[in-house]
Design a protein around this ligand. Structure first.
Ligand code: ADE
Length: 348
């Protein structure tokens, strides 16, 4: 790839870029929030979250001060909740050190929780026009095709090779446009199913010239995700439902869940389980199954509806409205909740 190709890419970007909310700002805090949300999550999903998040938490200090439960509620449904917790940890560090923005200093950004080389590059280049490349999976896909990269693109050594190449190419350009033009090309043209005909980089793309596009990026054989079977109980007493705060460690830490146990239970097993726990109920009904795919595992949950004779001691019972407005149920339990709502409408 030569400087001339960069010019072609930038011209393409200026003609074809999408009008996205974070493209109207140079505020380092807002860029940081958008780039963190955009990791692992699609643009269309992010937009409403981004706007609501910044309306509620417009500054580093507001993020540093918000209660974790409220923060997780703003993040509910986006997944990878450690992103939200790390945002707050980093905001607290910035706030305690007197910053209400992300300073344009690579070493400071690198030292903050949750900020890896991609985010450092994105914030420095997009907010400050500093020549620091931002290389995520989409950018690596573009590069692996341009250069017919044979090695595993997840290797740090390979990332570093391309960081140096991009750094040199972006030196005389507007860094924010350079970074976003690669991201945009990866999102709109050089996709899994690429539209090479309209690509501004086809004249320098080795894979295009050799008709080997489908081979890149080279894939490592993926490990199968383990499947975990679970049983969830929708305990209802009058018009309130039991939810439970998860542990502060591990998957979905500190979020709320619909009570559940490991493994599938038959109706008989559920009855026995409820008896041993001294839970007295009026009605017990299996209402279906829910499947949720996480990044490293799959859950299949069998769901039982249990209407109770009395509340279970020391447990939290909340209304349907509170579940929607106050408590953050991760997507997997939203699915259980939705199943319950659909089935209840049919049953009662
Ligand atoms: N994905 C990651 N960063 C992005 C950005 N700035 N614009 C659009 N999609 C993105």
């Amino acid at each position: 790839m030569k400087k001339k190709n960069v010019k072609d890419l930038l011209a393409w970007y200026s003609e074809n870029k999408r009008d996205l909310p974070w493209r109207h700002t140079k505020d380092s805090y807002k860029i940081w929030i958008s780039e963190t949300m955009l990791q692992q999550t699609r643009v269309e999903t992010v937009i409403p979250y981004y706007e609501r998040f910044l309306k509620n938490l417009p500054t580093v200090s507001s993020l540093a001060k918000i209660h974790e439960d409220e923060l997780l509620k703003l993040w509910e449904g986006l997944g990878y909740y450690s992103r939200a917790r790390n945002l707050q940890k980093a905001a607290k560090i910035l706030y305690e050190n007197g910053f209400d923005f992300l300073p344009p200093i690579k070493e400071v950004l690198q030292s903050l929780p949750g900020i890896g080389p991609y985010t450092v590059g994105a914030v420095l280049s997009i907010a400050y026009d500093i020549s620091e490349p931002a290389i995520d999976g989409n950018v690596m896909r573009v590069l692996s095709r341009i250069y017919e990269e044979k090695e595993d693109i997840l290797k740090p050594k390979i990332r570093e090779k391309y960081r140096l190449i991009l750094q040199d190419l972006m030196k005389d350009e507007k860094a924010s446009d350079f970074t976003q033009s690669f991201i945009e090309l990866g999102a709109l043209v050089c996709t899994r199913n690429p539209s090479c005909g309209v690509c501004p980089l086809k004249s320098c793309c080795k894979a295009y010239q050799h008709q080997t596009i489908s081979l890149y990026p080279m894939k490592k054989v993926k490990k199968e995700k383990p499947i975990f079977k679970k049983t969830a109980f929708l305990f209802k007493y009058n018009n309130v439902y039991m939810i439970h705060k998860r542990d502060s460690e591990g998957l979905l830490a500190n979020l709320y869940e619909i009570p559940n146990v490991d493994s599938f239970f038959t109706v008989d097993e559920v009855q026995e389980y409820l008896q041993t726990k001294h839970i007295f109920y009026e009605n017990l009904q299996e209402i279906g199954e829910v499947k949720h795919v996480f990044s490293h595992q799959i859950w299949i949950i069998k769901v039982y509806f249990v209407s109770l004779q009395e509340k279970i001691c020391h447990e939290l019972f909340v209304s349907s409205k509170e579940i929607q407005e106050k408590y953050s149920l991760p997507t997997v339990f939203q699915k259980v909740w939705t199943l319950q709502k659909e089935k209840n409408q049919k049953l009662f």
